[in-house]
Design a protein around this ligand. Sequence first.
Ligand code: SF4
Length: 397
Amino acid sequence: MARKVKQAGPREEPFIGADGEYPESGMSAPDADPEWVGRIRLRLVDWYEGAGRKLPWREDRDPYRILVSEMMLVQTTVTAVVPFFARFLARFPTVSALAEADEADVLKAWEGLGYYRRARQLQAAARAIVANHGGAFPDDPEAIRALPGVGRYIAGALLSFAFDRPAPIVEANTQRVLARWLAWGDDLRSTRSQARLWEAAARLVPHAGAGAFNQAFMELGALVCVPRKPLCLACPVSGDCASRKLGVQDRIPIATAKTSPKEVSEACVLVSREGKMLIVKRGTGRLWEHFWEFPTIHVAGSDPAGRGLVEGETTDLDEGLRRLTGVRASIGPVARTVRFGVTTHRVTLEAHEAEWLEGEPTPGPGLVEAAWEPVEALDRYTLSSASRRLVAWLGQK
Ligand code: SF4
């Protein structure tokens, strides 16, 4: 008999009620049933043995490789991470090598992956492991959670993948799978939803074989229970999926309205002098800290990067350049426009070419260094993503 299901929407009741009952079907929360849990574990791991992808960080249980991969995979796809992972491991093959490295070298090896805060946290974690644990990864949940940048999810991944501890994981893939298994019709970002999903993940993870189960769980979300149009006909656990039973798998997780990005305008100056370009290094405590860029001023909109010169101080490029670097230049019209996203901001950066007139570079507000370098040498610097794109453009001219 076809079941009648309420229309989904962010403001409506979840398909499953707070008491664990499905309001219109009389079903109970499946994860309260040990038999359901047992079937899911068995079928998922069986399926994964044949269908799981061979990924470089799955080759062994080395916690260092697992930590590097998990830090890289934050907000980034597996396909994008694979080549970075190999290069990073070749450059910093052990936790000690990473702990001892210069931060600039680590950021350079991370260049192109984005989310540089992750690279800094990864190195801080490596330094904590060397300083507090003699270079050996702790396998104690509290010690792992105390590492910089290691939240509940990464701790669960480390504990289960490296040490086979029964630690639950909830991340983008598994929270979608869980929401569908439970027919969870509430906004996944809510505290109530997160608490419920972590509870279900904890019930599901087995005491033996936790690593294989969690890998299989994530892989199902990546390959089969995908965000749009889940491949239910190929799903090893379709018979135990509440969403599929209720016919709501295409409506779960509930889509929530995204807030529009804030528009920001910036301008930078590509000052040249006898074949060299003027670049500046950002100071501590702001986005892009310790990154090099072309002298840049904030023109309009909220300021995502905390530029040294902010709106209201000056939107005049001549004056901005002088205050940022002590240099005067003959500045031309916009030569190149670069658009990029930073956190919740959408930035439009207009780059002007300019010829040096006078003044030796001195770092101004928010900056710690200034230098002249030929375009071909700029690749050695850790550049902000926008400056890297401008350097690539300059190199092609
Ligand atoms: Fe996802 Fe469909 Fe499998 Fe349910 S049956 S877990 S919705 S792929």
